[in-house]
Design a protein around this ligand. Sequence first.
Ligand SMILES: Cc1cc2nc3c(=O)[nH]c(=O)nc-3n(C[C@H](O)[C@H](O)[C@H](O)COP(=O)(O)OP(=O)(O)OC[C@H]3O[C@@H](n4cnc5c(N)ncnc54)[C@H](O)[C@@H]3O)c2cc1C
Length: 388
Amino acid sequence: MVHGSKSETAIVGGGPAGCACAYFLKQKGIIPVVFEKKSPLKTLLPTGGGRCNLAHAEFDFKALASNYPRGEKFLYSVFSRFGTSDTIDFFEKIGVETYIQDDMRIFPKSNSSADVRKAFLNALSGVKFQQENVMSVNFCNGGFEVRSESGAYFFKNVVIAAGGHSAFSIVSGLGHRVIEPRPALTALKTTENYSCLAGVSVRNIAAECRGRSFSGDLLFTHDGVSGPVVYMISSVMARENFPYKIRFDFMHGENLQQLLNENPHKTIKNVISEIMPKSLAETVLKKCSVNENPEAHKIDGKTRDRILKTLSEFEVEAVSPAKGGEVVMSGGIALDEVNSKTMESKLHKGLYFCGEMLDIDGFCGGFNLQNCWSTGFLAAEGVSAGRV
Ligand SMILES: Cc1cc2nc3c(=O)[nH]c(=O)nc-3n(C[C@H](O)[C@H](O)[C@H](O)COP(=O)(O)OP(=O)(O)OC[C@H]3O[C@@H](n4cnc5c(N)ncnc54)[C@H](O)[C@@H]3O)c2cc1C
C-alpha cells in the first residue's frame, strides 16, 4: 500500500542530526514526518557521560574541521555556514544555556542531556514522529518511496539521518557508495593481558603509534586499554588494519637517574610509584624482569636502562576494538557523492543525508554532535532551497 502524505518531506532517523534538520525545516515553515524506530533523541541521553558535550569552543571553521579524521575538507563549507557560535545560538533559542569547560568542551549549564532532550523535543512540537522501522528508501516516480514494516509512503524529499551503525541497508537501492563502517573512538583489546590493572588510570601520558604522536589519559581495562589517549589513537587508526602496536611513555619528562639519586634508600617500586600507580609500577618491574625489589642505590646501569626503556616505551599490541564500546563509527555515505553546501545527493535530486550516516567522524570533545547540528541545518536549507 502506498500512502499519500500531506508532508512533502520525510526524515529517516530521529537522532540529533534528524531532529536538528526537523527543527530548521520547521523554522522555514516546512513540517516534516520523522520516521524513528525507537524514541526521538534517545541517543542524546548517554552523550558526555549524561552531560551532553554538545560542541567544542573552536570558532574558526578550518581549525574546527581539523578535528575530523574523516571529512575535514568537506566540513570546510559546512562549518563556514553553520559553526560553533551558530550551535550556541541554536541551543539558546530552544532554551538551553551553555558554558565552556576548561578543556573547551561545551555543555548545557544544567549538565544534563535529559534537559537538552526535553527542550529540543519541546521545540519540535508540531513535527510528526512516526514510530516505524524503515526498511528501504527507493527512487520512485521523481520522488521517494519510504517503505517501513507497516507500509509504504511517498515523499518528494527524503533526508536520511539514520546514524552510523547498521542503517546502510535501507539505502542500498539508491546506488550510493558506502564506506564500510568501522568503530572509531573506542577502547581497544590487546594481546597482552593486563587484567590485573583493570581500572588503573594514568594521567596525561604521551603515546606513539605507527610514527604518530598522541597524548591524554590512559585507562587499563579487563582486556586492553581505554581512556582519551586510546580513543584518539583508535580514531586516527580506524581505517587501518589490526594488529598495531602502541607505545606509552610513562616518564612524563622525569629523569629516572635523578629520581634514583634523590631516593637512594627507597625501594625501586616506591621510586617508580612516585610517577605512576603502584600496581602499574609492579607490572613494569615484572615486565623488565626486576623481580626483587632492591633499594634505588643498588640498581646498576644496565638494570636502570631496562627499566627506563619499559617505562618510556611500554608497548601493547591492539588486536581489535573492544566489543560494543564505540562512541562513533567511521565510514558511511561517500562524501564525493554529496553536495557539501546542501547535503543533497549528487545521484538523486531530493535525497539528502546528515549526521553520522555520512563518512564523517570526529575526535572526542563535542565534534560528533557538531557534525549533526551543522549537516542537519544544511540539509534543511537544501530541502527548502529545492522547493523554489
Ligand atoms: C556513549 C556515547 C557518548 C557520546 N558522547 C558524545 C558527546 O558527548 N559529544 C559528541 O559530540 N558526540 C558524542 N557521541 C557521539 C554522538 O552521540 C553521535 O555522533 C550522534 O548521536 C550521531 O547522531 P545521528 O543523529 O547522526 O545518529 P544517531 O544518534 O545514531 O541517530 C539515528 C537515529 O535513527 C534511528 N534509526 C536508525 N535506523 C532506522 C530505521 N531503519 N528506521 C527508523 N529509524 C531508524 C535510530 O533509532 C536513531 O534514533 C557519543 C556517543 C556515544 C555512544
